[in-house]
Design a protein around this ligand. Structure first.
Ligand code: ADP
Ligand code: NI
Length: 206
């Protein structure tokens, strides 16, 4: 097994129990997206992109981990492999820059590889998968799917549909790479179509 497969297997063991959209299959999809984007970008380091994609949610701040704990966990996983310190530092720096944190992350993506992994993770919140993740996350946080009495021009609505306006429909303008921008536009259009159908069905527009 190569290093990517071995790290994947460690991540899989640690992340198999999540039901909020952060299970190993989310990580696998981010890896797939990230590798696809990297293959279109000149000079992207594929090993770095792959390791950072695999480890991007291993110790997320939403799960209560600090930057220091994230660094520790990644160091302890990667120290078993023949990697130089610079590579491990680069992985840590990418993972710390990927998190959305309500758009307030202080660690801006500092390299092409960081931009690629961030794009790949953001794509996962969009389109068919993104819609599924939003409802899965909403359900796991006691949110109702949709409250038709809410005013969509206001913020702070607490149903899952609100999350489309708070975050999902803003993501297409936050992509860095050309490949992700193109894919994000497709997923964005799909979400708009989805919302049109969603409202039509609730309103009995048959
Ligand atoms: P990641 O860390 O993989 O970027 P997040 O942890 O921010 O993603 O969120 C996991 C998934 O749950 C995402 O698809 C995100 O859009 C969705 N999500 C986050 N917050 C909410 C919310 N308040 N309501 C519905 N879905 C949400
Ligand atoms: Ni993620």
């Amino acid at each position: 097994m190569g290093i990517i497969e071995q790290v994947a297997s460690i991540v899989k063991d640690r992340m198999s129990h999540d039901t909020t959209g952060h299970d190993f299959w989310h990580v696998q999809a981010v890896l797939n997206n990230a590798q696809a984007i990297a293959s279109h970008e000149k000079n992207a380091n594929m090993i770095l992109v792959s390791l950072a994609a695999l480890l991007h949610d291993i110790a997320d701040h939403k799960l209560g981990y600090s930057d220091e704990e994230t660094r520790h966990i990644i160091q302890s996983i990667l120290s078993d492999f023949m990697l130089n310190d610079k590579m491990i530092e680069d992985v840590i720096s990418i993972v710390q820059s990927v998190s959305y944190k309500g758009g307030n992350n202080i660690h801006a993506p500092a390299s092409l590889e960081a931009m690629i992994v961030q794009d790949a993770d953001r794509l996962e919140a969009m389109g068919a998968i993104g819609i599924a993740r939003a409802f899965a996350y909403g359900g796991s946080h006691q949110r109702c799917m949709y409250d038709p009495t809410l005013n969509r021009s206001l913020t702070n609505n607490q149903d899952t549909i609100a999350h489309f306006y708070d975050k999902l429909l803003l993501l297409k303008d936050l992509m860095h790479t050309q490949t992700a921008k193109k894919e994000a536009q497709k997923r964005h259009d799909f979400m708009l179509l989805y919302l049109d159908n969603f409202y039509a069905e609730w309103q009995g527009r048959l």
